[in-house]
Design a protein around this ligand. Sequence first.
Ligand SMILES: Cc1cc2nc3c(=O)[nH]c(=O)nc-3n(C[C@H](O)[C@H](O)[C@H](O)COP(=O)(O)O)c2cc1C
Length: 332
Amino acid sequence: MKNRIRELLGIRYPIIQAPMNWVSGADLTAAVSNAGGLGTLGPNAGAEGITPDAEETAERMRIQIRRVKALTAKPFAVNIVAGFGELLVYSQKIVDVVLEEAVPVAIVSVGRPDIYTGVLKDAGIRVLHAISTPRHGIKAEEAGVDAVICEGYEAGGHKGFTELTTLTLTPMVADAVSIPVVAGGGIGDARGILAALALGADGAYMGTRFMATKESESHANVKAAIVAGKDICTASVPKDFMLARDLTNDFTRTYHEMRAAGASPVALNEFLNAHSQYQAQHLGEADTAEICCGQVAGLIDEIPSVKDLMADMVQNIGVQFEALKQRLAGLV
Ligand SMILES: Cc1cc2nc3c(=O)[nH]c(=O)nc-3n(C[C@H](O)[C@H](O)[C@H](O)COP(=O)(O)O)c2cc1C
């Protein structure tokens, strides 16, 4: 049997660097693709500041796409955060740029799969859609996406309202759809990649582990906070539009205190906007602003280059597989 994600995407290893707002810029994306995985540009890649302008947002992405193309000839992806309502203005502009720049792969998240899949696929772009329930996996397959990405509760960032973990979500989705499945949330090393494949996935999707690399755009203070994080170092943060998982800090503590005290949705949103990911990831306010981060941070104790990380993980897949076979000896 062949690996369907490698074949679909034309990559050497079925390892996808997940998109991360303010974190996954051109250097990280190209480094992952050059190392044999699939790198992904995230929202605000390479940006110096916040802009409410959809046109400017899209043109900033065009510059990053061209930079990736200058750094690698390998396939890479762009994240399209589809959104709803008036936010579709932003995603439509990103889709236009993705089409104009003939980006090989689109990773679509936070939105319906039937909005952009057709137009992207007509242009020959591979479409991967992020989901957090089997029901959404079936809808994505019906909409014609090439593969689905399971985002479990362990994952860093925003991912629907469900609390299905990667361990439960992935096999449910693998049973529910016939297209390739990628597992994400909680994967930080070769053991996690093997586990993803054992659950029925064709590939692994990793955000937090790649955030803590030399090439990521995260501020040094954020990288240091991830390394300092031990065991229970993240918290689930309920927002009015989604659950997020963040690194535990003064921001998460205050937010939870405000909710417990009955703060209004307006007050909570004001607090979120005043302590945004931009402030943590770009300005380095790692104690007081939001750092989206997965539970796997507890496994991370160094900031390697992408090349070293990928080489280490790939080599260890073989080592861990041998160890697994030993543990299975006599059972199969
Ligand atoms: C800092 C950070 C920012 C993120 N931003 C986005 C985003 O802009 N778009 C998106 O689809 N997912 C985003 N995510 C979710 C990731 O793409 C991915 O689902 C998640 O990192 C996988 O779990 P892991 O962190 O345990 O590897 C973000 C995650 C992190 C950690």
